[in-house]
Ligand binder design. Sequence first.
Ligand SMILES: [Zn+2]
Length: 72
Amino acid sequence: MGLFSRLFKKEEVEENLGQAPPDLLPQRNDICWCGSGLKYKKCHLEQDRVFLEKRRQKALNARKASCGPVYG
Ligand SMILES: [Zn+2]
């Protein structure tokens, strides 16, 4: 896990994530939540996918690190 954790250091991830998407994401053909006026699929869809994936990985890593029982 050494290389992986070096690539995805928490601080770097936070910086690279940029603006957090809202809890309720638009549909692909709806206007993006960021106010650009573009359709979501043409704007933040991919960025949000990356953001959520990174956040998920971070949560998984945090759980692993805690070594306690996992609920939920
Ligand atoms: Zn956008």
